[in-house]
Design a protein around this ligand. Sequence first.
Ligand code: FEO
Length: 394
Amino acid sequence: MAAREICKNIYSVGIINWDLRYFDAIMPTPRGSSYNSYLVKGTEKSALVDTGEPHGEADFITNLMRLEQDSLDYIVCLHAEQDHSGMLPLLLEVYPMAKVVTNETCKGLLMAMHHLEELEERFIVVGNEETLSLGDKTFKFYLTPWVHWPDTMFAEVIEDKILFTSDFLGTHYASETLFQNDESPDYLEAAKRYYAAIMMPFRTSVQEYLALVDKIAPKFIGPSHGPVLKLPAKIIDLYKDWSSDKPKNVVVVAYVSMHGSTETMVRILVDDLIQKGVPVHQYNLLETDTGVLGSAIVDAATIILATPTVLFGPHPIAVNAAYLVRALRPKVKYISVIGSYGWGTNAVNYLGEMLSPLGAEVLEPVYIKGLPDETDMQALHKLADTIEEKHKEL
Ligand code: FEO
């Protein structure tokens, strides 16, 4: 990716990975991603904000050379995770005079992960709202732990009203354009996937730092992944909506079925909800990637997991889904588990316990032997009635 100027003497110099299809070996990234890095040239000093993954080091160094960046005073590290710090050891060699500017927590992580103990004198630790002058440009740092690591922070270039936010407000989205297109459905879909997988577990922190962004009122936001944001950006409003405490009138039914019994139960429940006018989305977990499921549960007021029984417990795919839902900590208000068994009877209890840390109200599970009979159908109708009533209270 070529170096591109965002505003006078501030450049995006990171790299695009068009072919990335999984991030962290968990999250599908159908639109690839970028590892953003920013070069800020002041009249007296220059600084790089973050580095990136080593796989693109040739392009990265080429970008810096094109900008005739043969010396560097500071490397600002907003977050230690390797996708942003992976090239730090290389850059400390390329720029032997450069100092690493970061917070205390990030410094500890960087030194431990990259074995930089012998270079400790090259670190400068900054605190919340501390500033650093580059001449005609001044950084102001904001400590913003838990979006999404304990070390994360923002850096503002005060004079240019640009805010670098690390992973916050990013998107796994490879794009030839420097700035985001708010109306692109692909971009918005990728942004929601990203929010679900990376930011949703930290909703309270997200709310807090959205308020901070509002207060800073930047003209540009440079995240560590995806396009640069120009304000007012739709994505800010979407983040406010996604991270709000109020779920939407939506039911997510995620299921796996072996012989069709569980699928029959799902059909009955989903059909009931459709007839009642309750918005419901059904996902076959065999064909649903974790990004789609993660996005689906961002807003849902109710999540139903449906599983057959394999040996003594739930189907492993349902366990995987339950683990994901628990880890992502959506704002779901109601959960339930339904399913079918032959002789082993512990599937529903197992999944119910897995989901209990979410703190959602558990609606009466429906757990039946084989295919549903009339009594079982009544139990499913009752579950649909309960969901309808509960959703009226949202
Ligand atoms: Fe993009 Fe938390 O690293």
